[in-house]
Design a protein around this ligand. Structure first.
Ligand code: IPD
Ligand code: CA
Ligand code: CA
Length: 266
């Protein structure tokens, strides 16, 4: 009997090894869009992960970022981002990870996020808690937005789509203690889960960015909602994730819509 948890962890660690080893070498960088990059290392990690899944779980579906979506019904589903933080990876900025989630009958049951440079493995199993390198983690206990460190990210069509999160970013700069933008949604969620960030939001994300990290937040005692404050779904695009204590305040800032502060900035 193959164990999906063990498999997810093995694949994430192996993917991290490929990423670390390949950083020392020259790898090719391609463009999916003007600022949307794809490296040969994304492809190598994804191919390795898919071959392991196909060998051990041939009946399962796979959603993986680099165009390898294998749907054949309502079977169990792996949701994979081989490198979350590809722009960082391409520049040698050490904030990137592999994100792997496992969904059974529509319920996310396993989430694994591995950051190879920090050698940090975040794991959650539904109903069994969230762990960082084997130690149980919990969200922070910060109660006020003014005392909160938040993070966010921006879509690749930032210059052509007016719904690009810049207004919300400016509003949170005024409302929070500080806001970071460091280029990996899955790691940002894992950092909310272990209390380094108090909250994270982003408006246009894909299931492979969200699936593992969202379960890790949930199992660490955090809260998740859609960007409008409704029920969260990894297939819904956006997310507000927090320690729960600042969730309403975050939803309020986004719900107010653009405050006009951006217009007042010279
Ligand atoms: C991106 C990262 C980034 C987020 C983007 C994502 P990628 O994923 O998670 O932090 O702001 O929206 O697309 O392209 O590095 O896998
Ligand atoms: Ca991603
Ligand atoms: Ca990616």
């Amino acid at each position: 009997m193959k164990d999906p948890l063990q498999t997810a962890v093995e694949m994430a660690l192996a993917s991290g090894r490929i990423q670390k080893d390949s950083l020392k070498e020259n790898f090719a960088i391609h463009h999916k869009g003007e600022i949307d990059l794809l490296t040969d290392v994304d492809i190598a990690c994804q191919e390795m992960i898919i071959s392991v899944i196909k060998e051990r779980f041939p009946e399962d579906d796979i959603i993986a970022e680099e165009k390898a979506n294998l749907f054949e019904g309502d079977r169990n589903r792996w949701i994979v981002d081989p490198i979350d933080g590809t722009t960082n990876y391409a520049h040698g900025y050490p904030f990137f990870c592999t994100s792997i989630a496992y969904e059974v009958n529509g319920v996310m049951v396993i989430g694994v996020v591995y950051s190879p440079i920090m050698d940090e493995l975040f794991v959650a199993v539904r109903g069994a808690g969230a762990y960082l390198n084997g130690n149980r983690i919990r969200v922070s206990s910060v109660q006020r937005l003014k005392a909160s460190l938040l993070s966010t990210g921006f879509p690749y069509d930032i210059t052509t789509n007016p719904d690009n999160n810049i207004n919300h970013f400016i509003d949170f700069l005024y409302e929070a203690q500080a806001v970071r933008r460091d280029g990996s949604a899955a790691l940002n969620l894992a950092y909310v889960a272990c209390g380094r960030f108090d909250g994270f939001w982003e408006i246009h994300l894909n299931p492979w960015d969200l699936a593992a990290g969202a379960l890790i937040v949930e199992e660490a005692g955090g809260s998740l909602s859609s960007i409008s404050g409704g029920t969260f779904s990894v297939y819904g695009g956006g997310v507000i994730a927090s320690n729960g204590l600042i969730q309403e305040a975050m939803t309020g800032v986004i719900g107010k819509g653009p405050s006009g502060r951006s217009q007042r900035i010279p």
